[in-house]
Design a protein. Structure first.
Lengths: 419, 121
């Protein structure tokens, strides 16, 4: 099988990339999706708040997905469901399998990586105690309640204050469960402020910052959870334990980009984001392999995933039509003083679009500070931000015209400074 | 005079709002970035409302559940009543986005509508 473009993953990133590639003149596109329907994680995110940027209205996850699925269908873009990609080679041969076609390979001129991310599991968190039934990732519980129609438990403690955990605190409460507490290891919440208000405060669910689970009781099924306060070293403080009788523990402790396929393909990954290192075209170190969405770095808002993926699709189309750009000078963006990383990491002023949105996260809570951008040693812009937190993505927009005025710079620096 | 501090839930920015009330009437809202913040603050202090989202069972569909929402926001105090009312609702497939799942839920004058398309099995 041969296609110009293979897109791995049919969630919000894959759908937007496919639509953009088609609209930029590529007709031979295949989306490969492992689930039984397109839309990815949006299908289980039945709450509202999606699409304010893209559609200027507040949609639920399935509604947001359906608008992109409809565009894919209208354009006649091909997709395979229930199909798992097993391997991507560095010369862009994609090996996949499903129960009707068996194992098959697709030769692609370009590949868009849009596999999304996974939740950090109990094993990755090193929580002591037995291994009884009743411990779920928040996303698994979300799928069980919203799509499969099962209740995972009745009395619930949640570890981690990521958005999915907060959303599930409300969802479980509305379905009749008692959510006893949300414990967060860090001194700040990992989720959006609006979710603290409408998912916890609305239902008087306590949020314990700087707390973690120190014991899980129960052999067959969870019977109780003990949490304790942690010090600045994130170690539990003896004597601060709080015990809850409960049958369920939900984990909402962060998301990890799912890059097993990228690794075997030889794609360079960032140790900070766990996602591919990309340039202004969202192209990885392998020419013709692009990445977008949560496989690239974990986003807060699907609107930004759609924007990013649209660029990836457009750039993949350009690569297919015009081939590889080899000569352009590449400048590194250096994240320092509170900026943890940037996506993209490299900019090529000669070939970039007129503007480039550089997204990043900060490493701690900053109040009354500013985001400063330097071209070499020259301060180019400084934007005040009253509050910045690791849970909320920040951005800087670089202009091609402005970069053209500084042809000799070696790098660009983005950092947090006093306002 | 009374002041209340709120966090706007209008969008993910989560602006910190300061509301001044006199005799239960909102006289001033500060801290908002856009008009939605002002609107939210006034409503939240006088008649707080929410959109309720849930999912209900589907009979004969490709999947067992269909997600749904109140078409407009409803009084915050009625969230649990609405969830209770949706507990035993079963809709036959096919379901299309916007189909009424439960009309005039709890006499609010607001319909609960589907937010997902579900085809027949």
């Amino acid at each position: 099988m041969k296609y110009d473009l293979v897109i791995v993953g049919g969630g919000p990133a894959g759908l937007a990339a496919a639509i953009a590639a088609k609209d930029n003149g590529i007709d031979s596109i295949l989306i490969i999706e492992r689930d039984r329907e397109l839309g990815g994680i949006l299908n289980q995110c039945i709450h509202n708040g999606f699409g304010l940027h893209t559609f200027k209205e507040e949609l639920t996850g399935p509604e947001y997905a359906s608008r992109f699925i409809a565009q894919v269908e209208e354009r006649g873009i091909e997709y395979k469901l229930n199909t798992m990609v097993m391997d991507i080679s560095n010369d862009k041969v994609v090996t996949a399998m499903n129960s009707t076609d068996g194992m098959f390979t697709v030769e692609a001129k370009a590949v868009v990586l849009a596999m999304g991310c996974r939740e950090r599991s109990r094993g990755a968190l090193n929580i002591p105690g037995y291994r009884p039934a009743g411990i779920f990732s928040a996303g698994t519980a979300q799928r069980l309640v919203n799509i499969e129609g099962y209740m995972p438990g009745r009395r619930v403690v949640i570890l981690g204050s990521g958005d999915i955990g907060l959303i599930m605190a409300r969802r479980m409460t509305l379905e009749g469960a008692k959510v006893l507490a949300v414990a967060e290891l860090m001194p700040y919440s990992g989720g959006l402020k609006r979710n603290i208000v409408q998912c916890l405060n609305d239902f008087d669910i306590p949020l314990y910052l700087s707390h973690t689970v120190v014991d899980i009781q129960g052999k067959e099924r969870v019977e109780g959870i003990t949490i304790a306060e942690v010090g600045p070293d994130r170690k539990p403080i003896p004597g601060t334990e709080i015990h809850y009788d409960c049958d369920t523990l939900l984990l909402s402790c962060g998301l990890l980009p799912e890059n097993e396929l990228s690794k075997t393909a030889g794609v360079d990954l960032s140790p900070i984001t766990s996602g591919p290192v990309v340039n202004d075209s969202l192209e990885t170190n392998i020419p013709g392999v692009f990445a977008c969405g949560n496989v690239l770095h974990v986003h807060d808002l699907v609107d930004f995933v759609s924007q990013e993926a649209t660029n990836a699709g457009k750039n993949a189309a350009k690569y297919i039509k015009e081939g590889e750009v080899t000569s352009a000078k590449q400048i590194e963006i250096l994240p320092v003083d509170g900026v943890r990383y940037t996506v993209p990491k490299y900019v090529r002023p000669e070939v970039m679009d007129d503007t480039l949105t550089v997204r990043f996260r900060v490493g701690q809570v900053f109040k009354g500070c500013a985001i400063a951008t330097y071209f070499g040693d020259t301060l180019i812009s400084k934007r005040k931000r009253p509050v910045m937190a690791p849970g909320e993505m920040e951005q800087v927009v670089l202009k091609k015209s402005q970069l053209a005025e500084y042809p000799d710079i070696e790098n660009i620096t983005i950092k947090i400074e006093e306002a | 005079m009374e002041t209340r501090e709120l966090i706007c839930i209008g969008c993910p920015m989560g602006c910190s709002l300061k509301v001044t009330l006199e005799n239960g009437q909102v006289t001033e809202v500060t801290g908002n970035t856009c008009p939605n913040g002002d609107k939210y603050a006034r409503k939240e202090c006088t008649n707080p409302t929410r959109i309720v989202t849930s999912s209900v069972r589907v009979k004969g569909g490709k999947i067992n559940m269909v997600s749904c929402k109140t078409k407009e926001d409803i009084p915050k105090g009625m969230i649990f009543d609405i969830c209770k009312a949706l507990e035993n609702v079963v809709v036959p497939a096919p379901v299309a986005i916007g189909d009424v799942v439960l009309a005039n839920v709890c006499d609010t004058g607001v319909d609960v509508v589907a937010t997902k398309n579900v085809d027949v099995k």
